[in-house]
Design a protein around this ligand. Structure first.
Ligand code: GLN
Length: 283
């Protein structure tokens, strides 16, 4: 009977098969660790260990899925955001490193301005409110129109022991009249409709379109949120948005038109505009 590959041989094979993918080497290693159920240190020090039949089969299936374009995080079923673990899968947007900039911006401003209660619109996996609660001790309500995403968000809150209140519905609709928040945060769909076809295969063919499609210029959700936020954001409250790299000037203008002051932009790790924030005027 032929033997199975050793861990090191399997890693080399995976690297070769995924070499054409961005971060293919990293993906191969993550898939191998998940299939073999071992740590990175074990892989490095005991690489000559032969894989079990079960692990070898699992790894082969994982590599096939990844070669077929399924995102690494969906195959693993989870990913990390702000140092916390989140379940993900088809139907929910994978948390991005860029969105950590949004969370960091909210944390910093909340501390400075004494903001305590927040509303997250289009929560997806729940990564924003859960990390704001866990890291910043903020009291969060989160809304999503996708039952599938909300199911992930709720399981993620349980996993991280976060007490976020989740509501199902379209933006502000599920809120109680008269309820106000110190701040509103959102990473809404912001890809211009005409740009969807040119997205990476992983994103375009696997991630939910209703988490990406922001209408003809990508700004539809910002317009709606700014127009409808009045009754729910207290005077002097703050608005925080993630946006596309080229939407800064247009979104800052929309914020000012909607009566926000102290409007500013923050850049992501690649040096691109990524976050806009502003304060609702006090009258
Ligand atoms: N940052 C995501 C992407 O480029 C888009 C997320 C969104 O539309 N909110 O795939």
């Amino acid at each position: 009977m032929s033997r199975n590959k050793t861990l090191t041989e399997a890693l080399l094979e995976g690297r070769k098969r995924l070499a054409h993918k961005e971060n293919g080497g990293w993906d191969a290693m993550q898939l191998l660790l998940a299939a073999a159920g071992c740590s990175r240190v074990y892989l490095m020090t005991e690489g000559n260990t032969e894989m079990t039949e079960e692990a070898a089969q699992k790894y082969a299936a994982f590599l096939n899925e990844r070669e077929g374009g399924r995102p690494l995080q969906y195959i693993l079923g989870e990913c990390e955001f702000m140092g916390l673990p989140f379940f993900v899968g088809e139907g929910v947007l994978i948390p991005r490193a860029d969105t950590e900039i949004l969370v960091e911006t909210v944390l910093e401003r909340a501390e400075r301005e004494g903001l305590k209660t927040g509303l997250d619109l289009g929560t997806g996996s729940g990564c924003i409110p859960i990390s704001l609660e866990k890291v910043g001790g903020l009291t969060m309500t989160a809304v999503d129109i996708s039952p599938r995403a909300l199911d992930y968000a709720q399981r993620n809150a349980a996993r991280n022991e976060a007490g976020v209140r989740f509501l199902f519905g379209d933006l502000f609709h599920p809120l109680t009249e008269g309820e106000t928040f110190d701040f509103i945060v959102s990473n809404p769909p912001y890809i211009p409709h005409g740009d969807l076809a040119a997205l990476m295969e992983e994103v375009r063919d696997h991630e939910p379109e209703n988490a990406l499609d922001g209408g003809s210029d990508g700004l539809d959700f910002y317009r709606r949120i700014l127009a409808e936020s009045g009754p729910y954001l207290r005077e002097g409250g703050w608005m925080f948005f993630e946006m596309g790299y080229d939407q800064g000037p247009a979104l800052m203008e929309l914020m000012k038109e909607a009566g926000f002051v102290c409007v500013e932009c923050r850049k992501d790790l690649a040096g691109l505009d990524r976050v806009v924030l502003g304060k609702r005027k006090e009258v």
